[in-house]
Ligand binder design. Structure first.
Ligand SMILES: [Zn+2]
Length: 558
């Protein structure tokens, strides 16, 4: 243990270097103390986070300000994803993005409303020329919210290179968020990779215990191994005065003083998310929801920011000792080290009679078509990252696609024969609680067709129940002159809502839709003009298989 510690200090002294290049010209997008609930490069369930999430004290409505002079280049309103989002292009070749907003500033609302009434849709996307809507630094462009795929009020803020639309890490050059807390390493896993590899007398992934040596250094129990092995860690970063577990900025690994792996979140590509499941130990994540960053390159990992030497593997030979050092850093250069001594040692492993796994072997480099009486499964090239077994079959009108803890890279195309007469029928996926989730009602040649990226049991189900439409209070036959908004709950428990439409006095009326609240709402504003005092409101809501509900009422307004 003592020799490891001395080595440790030797390694650190060669590592310290300043990485921050301050650039003070960018201002903050919001005027409240900055606490982050998400960092750049953080691994999420289906993507790598492209910006920072700024906490808004659990509330909505804080003014959002442009961080630099520029012009409004794009505005998008979507019921999912970024919700209401603003894009500003700046003269330095960068674009700032502000997402999940509650509403836009007046000049932007004006453009958005025109477009919404023009194409009769709440969801719109607008692009602007540099001269149309110039924006100055500190100008209020909107208000913080919780729209789109956001779970709780916050501001998602992003910086991109305008030309390539590649997101860059805002915390590196442009912002200095107070952070003096070192990243945490909570797990270390060793993986025997080659056929002959053994770790601590086992031929399987092993959790390796480690201990705190001092404030910044952990030391693992020595590993006895032989053959090619790889390591992985579970890690997160905390900032001052907040308990959110955020993503780290970089992970570096050295073997006997030589860097063999570096992973650094300074710039990513949106397409990188396709390889997210090769970066983590996916089977473990699938079983336990715990993310382990693998410090070696797995088959199918095409991540550019993942720099490896010799794929990050350690070729352990009998009688040799290895010093493996992991350094985890946040964007403020707070570091944590984990030292892993490895001893090359010949070992005997009890050979268990390995049970042959079930299913068809699927290779990434070719495509497959499986035809059954009443169903089909097409697996395209590169649908899996690595060779895997998938159990397939069609029985009792149930199409089974089973592959425990296997990450899918591309969707499988499936077909299931549809019944002769369709009454709210659809292709669904069976959940463990016996309920069915909606997948598709698209029909081609008497078959339901769908692209699916989830394994499970697919079957034909039926939904004949139309959606519900409930006014949030009594509007019918009332005077509503003092009302600012009209609100309705809309919901469909079986297959979900596919579309909604509202008219007032026969004219299309803009209702905003928030699926999280299951609510549509109309704002009395200047973009809809009322004639006379008596008005008829008609709302129609259609579910995913075409069941339609209608609600009609009359109100008075001066
Ligand atoms: Zn975010």
């Amino acid at each position: 243990m003592r020799s490891t510690a001395i080595l440790a200090f030797f390694w650190i002294s060669s590592l310290l270097c300043a990485q921050k290049n301050e650039n003070q010209q960018y201002s903050l997008p919001i005027d409240i103390p900055i606490f982050l609930s998400g960092t750049f490069g953080e691994l999420r369930s289906s993507n790598i986070h492209a910006g920072i999430d700024i906490k808004t004290q659990g509330r909505e409505g804080f003014p959002i300000k442009a961080v630099l002079d520029g012009y409004l280049s794009r505005v998008k309103v979507s019921i999912s994803g970024y919700g209401k989002a603003i894009y500003i292009n700046h003269p330095d070749g960068k674009t700032s993005v502000y997402a999940h907003l509650k509403k836009f500033s007046a000049p932007i609302i004006h453009e958005v409303r025109k477009k919404q009434y023009d194409i009769q849709s709440y969801e719109v996307e607008l692009f602007f020329e540099p001269t149309e809507l110039p924006v100055s630094k500190y100008e209020i462009i909107g208000f913080s919210g919780n729209t789109g795929g956001s779970f709780g009020p916050h501001l998602h803020f992003e910086l991109r290179e305008t030309k390539t639309q590649k997101p860059i890490n805002p915390l590196l050059a442009h912002y200095d968020i107070q952070d003096s807390v070192r990243p945490v390493i909570h797990s270390l896993i060793a993986y025997p990779i080659s056929e002959d590899a053994i770790v601590n007398s086992e031929k399987k992934d092993l959790q390796i215990p480690f201990q705190k040596f001092n404030d910044s250094i952990y030391v693992a129990e020595p590993i006895e191994a032989i053959g090619k092995i790889g390591l992985g860690i579970g890690t997160y970063d905390r900032h001052d005065n907040t308990y959110n577990k955020n993503g780290v900025y970089s992970i570096t690994a050295k073997l006997n003083g030589r860097q063999i792996k570096r992973l650094q979140f300074s710039k990513i590509r949106f397409s990188d998310s396709e390889f997210l499941n090769t970066l983590i130990d996916y089977p473990r994540y699938s079983r336990t929801k715990q993310r382990i960053h693998k410090l070696f390159r797995s088959p199918g990992n095409e991540l550019e920011f993942f720099v490896h030497l010799e794929d990050g593997l350690i070729d352990v030979e009998t009688g040799k000792d290895y010093a493996y050092q992991i350094k985890v850093s946040d964007a403020n250069n707070n570091n944590r080290y984990l030292f892993v001594p490895i001893k090359g040692k010949e070992q005997k492993v009890a050979i268990l009679n390995k049970k042959m796994p079930d299913g068809k072997e699927i290779e990434p480099n070719r495509d497959y078509l499986f035809i059954y009486d009443g169903a089909e499964v097409y697996i395209p090239k590169n649908a899996v990252y690595d060779r895997n077994r998938v159990v397939l079959g069609f029985d009792n009108n149930e199409l089974k696609i089973k592959a425990d803890h296997v990450a899918l890279r591309k969707a499988f195309q499936i077909k299931v024969m549809a019944p002769d007469s369709l009454v709210g029928h659809y292709l669904g996926i069976l959940f463990e609680n016996g309920k069915t989730g909606f997948i598709s009602k698209n029909i081609r040649d008497n078959h339901f067709v769908a692209k699916v990226k989830k394994t499970g049991i697919y079957t034909i189900a039926q939904d004949t129940i139309p959606p519900i439409i409930i006014p949030s209070q009594l509007y019918d036959q009332r005077w509503l002159s003092n009302f600012k908004t009209l609100r309705f709950t809309i919901d469909d428990r079986e297959t979900g809502i596919s579309s909604y439409k509202a008219t007032i006095d026969g004219k299309w009326a803009l209702f905003e839709y928030d699926p999280k609240k299951k609510e549509i709402s109309f704002n009395f504003d200047d973009y809809f003009s009322f004639q006379g005092t008596k008005h008829t409101l008609k709302i129609s809501v259609i579910d995913n298989v075409g069941n339609e509900s209608n609600h009609e009422l009359e109100f008075y307004r001066k």
